[in-house]
Design a protein around this ligand. Structure first.
Ligand SMILES: *[C@@H]1O[C@H](CO)[C@@H](O)[C@H](O)[C@H]1NC(C)=O
Ligand SMILES: *[C@@H]1O[C@H](CO)[C@@H](O)[C@H](O)[C@H]1NC(C)=O
Ligand SMILES: *[C@@H]1O[C@H](CO)[C@@H](O)[C@H](O)[C@H]1NC(C)=O
Ligand SMILES: *[C@@H]1O[C@H](CO)[C@@H](O)[C@H](O)[C@H]1NC(C)=O
Length: 366
């Protein structure tokens, strides 16, 4: 009896060691979050966009690939179109390699499949992408192996048992540095970091509605003040999209409710101070729980207006038009600005996404 109990305790201890989350820093660059990722041995470090909306990890958009003895070219070429990034979309094509990838000293992948771009479009001042979306989004990106999926870094960390659960949590925070760069984010691989959120995590299953179901897609409805502006529908959680995007009909309701005027310079809606004072909260209702974006959370950080082509002191809204009416199967995108207000958990093992409030949810930072 005693022995059996000891064995159970040993097993539980082993389990909890493996399930421990491994924190990894993320740099807020205002319109993207960047990870510094080492490739090769000795590693060369590349600035990669932390993207939960695509799943291929690749380099070569800016800094050239430094090949070392660990770099192995595969027989495949790789390409991806319409990667949602910053305000618009990007693409790349090149060759697929296997190489050693170092995220941190305790997060090392000796054989990770990576793309090396020979051409890319839509990427400024970054070297590529750290793809944290679901594995199946990589289907069709390789050629001639079009039916092969490319295991992501999370898949491989889990497969080699560096992490004990196929899950990662993301903590983003609003930027407060007018230089437009601040290391204030954290990915926790293999679990959640309870120091980064308050209250409970609300989980919701991956939606069954396509194409959102191919991504970290969820069902939600949106309410502005007490007015429904988008009834329950599917959308995605995408750290590679800067803003909060809504189906055109919902966006139009939001625009008329706020009185926002389209601003040519930034492409965003702008408000005057009276309109801002009258703003209400926008609620994203997920699995019965309202996640509140306060008026402060709905505006672009004013210290960074000029960084996006705007005028200092103006008030710009972070809600944009997704370009299609409700019913496309992808009717909203909860991008970086949403994730800066709520802790987010991407749980591949249980096919669910979780959300929790943080000390920044209602903070007045913008
Ligand atoms: C991924 O795609 C394969 C091939 O189409 C399919 O069999 C599998 O069920 C998919 N997995 C998920 C998690 O959707
Ligand atoms: C703000 O940005 C400057 C310039 O990049 C940097 O030196 C400083 O450390 C940053 N401060 C914080 C709090 O991140
Ligand atoms: C968290 O969930 C538990 C169990 O459902 C509940 O008892 C508790 O009140 C919740 N706490 C908060 C802060 O919502
Ligand atoms: C703000 O805009 C509204 C709507 O155009 C207008 O009625 C109001 O006078 C403006 N307020 C200021 C302070 O400009």
């Amino acid at each position: 009896m005693k022995l059996a109990l000891a064995a159970v305790i040993a097993l539980l201890t082993l389990e909890s060691v493996q399930a421990q989350n491994i924190p990894y820093p993320a740099d807020n660059r205002a319109v993207t979050y960047i990870a510094s990722v080492g490739i090769g041995s000795p590693p060369t470090y590349y600035d990669l966009i932390i993207d939960t909306g695509s799943s291929n990890t690749w380099i070569g958009a800016n800094k050239a690939y430094v090949r070392t003895s660990t770099s192995q070219k595969t027989a495949d070429s790789v390409s991806e179109n319409n990667i949602r990034v910053e305000y618009g979309s990007g693409s790349f094509d090149g060759a697929e390699y296997i190489d050693k990838v170092t995220l941190a000293s305790n997060l090392v992948l000796s054989e990770q499949s990576i793309g090396v771009a020979s051409t890319s479009k839509g990427f400024n001042d970054v070297d590529g992408i750290l793809g944290l979306g679901p594995t199946n989004l990589t289907l069709g990106t390789l050629s001639p192996d079009t039916n092969s999926a490319v295991p992501t870094v999370v898949d491989n960390l889990f497969a080699q048992r560096t992490i004990g659960a196929d899950v990662f949590g993301v903590s983003f925070e609003p930027i407060t540095n007018s230089s437009g760069t601040q290391v204030n984010g954290e990915i926790s691989f293999g679990g959640t970091d309870s120091s980064k959120f308050t209250g409970n995590i609300t989980y919701t299953p991956i939606t069954t509605t396509s194409p959102a179901s191919d991504y970290w897609g969820i069902d939600a409805s949106l309410t502005y003040g007490s007015d429904a502006i988008l009834s329950t529908t599917a959308g995605i959680v995408d750290s590679g999209t800067t803003l909060l995007l809504l189906a055109t009909d919902a966006f139009n309701k939001f625009q008329s409710a706020t009185g926002g005027v389209h601003d040519e310079a930034t492409g965003l809606l702008s408000l005057n101070s009276t309109q801002f004072d009258n703003m209400k909260s926008l609620f994203v209702n997920i699995n019965g729980v309202p996640f509140e974006l306060t008026p402060n959370a709905l505006i672009w950080p004013r210290i960074l207006n000029t960084a996006i082509g705007g005028t200092a002191g103006n008030i710009y809204l972070i809600v944009r038009d997704n370009g299609a009416n409700r019913g496309s199967g992808l009717d909203f995108i909860l991008g970086q600005v949403f994730m800066e207000r709520f802790y987010t958990v991407f749980d591949n093992g249980n096919k669910q996404v979780g959300f929790a409030t943080t000390t920044f949810t209602t903070a007045t930072t913008n």
